[in-house]
Design a protein around this ligand. Structure first.
Ligand SMILES: Cc1ncc(COP(=O)(O)O)c(C=O)c1O
Length: 406
């Protein structure tokens, strides 16, 4: 018997730990500066108003922050939701349908504990998640009594899970469905019909639909539809069964601030708030002040988005349609099909000092055929400045041309 939770022991190493292990004995070429594309760590500067607002609130560091957020923070987020999602934003009553999250990561994780309980008839509860995925969903599901069910999201399914392929017997025992739109890693944004179907399924089968929209502001075409817009337009304009997450990490290049929010069904929010009363430290008051200032400003978001869009344009110019390149709807990842993502990662490190994430590390063997849909891919986070990105992608293309000739 282990002293520690055996569910924790059963978790695979986090993807970046696996990457470190893969590359540990492989020397990078001498004289080449290493470029890390493996991790989505924003590198654009956040706007000065972040530090200004934080400094102006410095007299509140002594206080324990309210779990529900300050009035000012709730107002700022609520105004942003209305600005961005119109009627959908108006569905969110900031007093009962909104909570701050110290980074959406911890809130996404904790949500599973709030949602997974016993199922009628003694059925094993299920948590649905896209495959490939953002790793936190897997850890969150596996630390509960639920079975994580991996839903293939590949080119054939439009890089989102195929909702028509879900059997009623599975949906009936589903407690929670993590849907990432725009998706990490593939950059696909769900459209109105897709989101409407997902929400209908959640209501018909009584599970919580958690939509992770943290890339919603880094778009390269039209602004992606938010699930709140869809909720406002059909089935009685209500929030039942729906929870949505968003974050300042990508929108405002403020990952270090650890600031996001959870909004949606007041019943779920109330349960979540109860849980967070025990488990969450609350978002420090000066961080709430800085966050409110960032949600109130769009100029820096437009600039930030333009920087990413220019890099996607550059990638498109350099890559054409090589390695299955396609222009993502949103986000800052390239999801490139290279045959074997692990071998590609080793070779790029050995020959170019370029670090990429093998797609297999953010995927699992699919239940239907045992194949990991991430295995043929590698993920690149275009977080460096445009000159570095252009140089690295040109070198990368050189390596793959050479591989084709091997
Ligand atoms: C899909 C997705 N969701 C959520 C997060 C967490 O963001 P944060 O905790 O910084 O708000 C990330 C971060 O990389 C992500 O890629």
């Amino acid at each position: 018997m282990s002293m520690l939770n055996d569910r924790l022991n059963a978790l695979e190493d986090y993807p970046f730990t696996r990457l470190r292990t893969l590359l540990t004995d492989i020397p990078a070429p001498e004289g080449r500066a290493a470029i890390d594309f493996s991790i989505g760590d924003p590198k654009h500067a956040p706007p000065a108003l972040l530090t200004e607002a934080m400094a102006a609130a410095a007299d509140s560091w002594n206080r324990y922050p309210p779990i529900a957020g300050t009035y000012d923070w709730r107002q700022a987020v609520s105004d942003w939701l209305v600005w961005r999602f119109g009627e959908g934003g108006r569905l969110i009553d900031p007093d009962v349908a909104l909570l701050p999250a110290s980074g959406t990561r911890e809130a996404l994780f904790m949500l599973a504990s709030a949602c997974v309980g016993s199922m009628p008839g003694g059925n094993e509860p299920a948590v649905l998640l896209p495959n490939p995925f953002y790793g936190v969903y897997v850890g969150a599901a596996q630390m509960t009594s639920a079975e994580p069910v991996f839903l293939t999201a590949n080119r054939q399914t439009g890089f989102l899970p195929d909702l028509d392929a879900l059997p009623a017997s599975l949906l009936d025992r589903t407690a929670l469905f993590y849907l990432c739109s725009p998706a990490n890693p593939q950059g696909a944004a769900a459209d109105v019909a897709y989101l409407q179907k997902a929400l209908s399924l959640a209501r018909r089968h009584g599970f919580v639909l958690a939509v992770d929209e943290c890339y919603s502001e880094i778009y390269h075409r039209a602004p992606p539809t938010g699930v709140l817009e869809v909720a406002a337009r059909f089935d009685g304009a209500r929030l039942d069964n729906l929870i949505v997450f968003n974050s300042l990490s990508k929108r405002s290049s403020a990952a270090g601030l650890r600031s996001g929010f959870v909004a949606g069904d007041p019943t779920v929010i109330a349960a979540f708030r109860r849980l967070r009363g025990y488990a969450s430290a609350g978002m420090p008051m000066p961080i709430q002040a800085a966050s409110a200032a960032l949600w109130r400003d769009e100029a820096h978001v437009t600039e930030n988005r333009e920087l990413y869009r220019a890099k996607i344009d550059t990638a498109e110019r350099i890559m054409g349609d090589s390695l299955g390149f396609y222009r993502p709807d949103a986000g800052f990842f390239l999801w490139l099909e290279v045959g074997d993502g692990e071998r590609a990662a080793e070779r790029l490190w050995r020959e170019q000092a370029i670090r990429v994430l093998p797609g297999a590390y953010i995927g699992r063997p699919a239940p239907e055929d045992g194949n990991n849909p991430g295995q043929p891919f590698m993920r690149l986070a275009l977080v460096h400045d445009i000159a570095v990105v252009a140089d690295a992608l040109t070198r990368l293309m050189g390596t793959f041309s050479a591989m084709a000739g091997d």
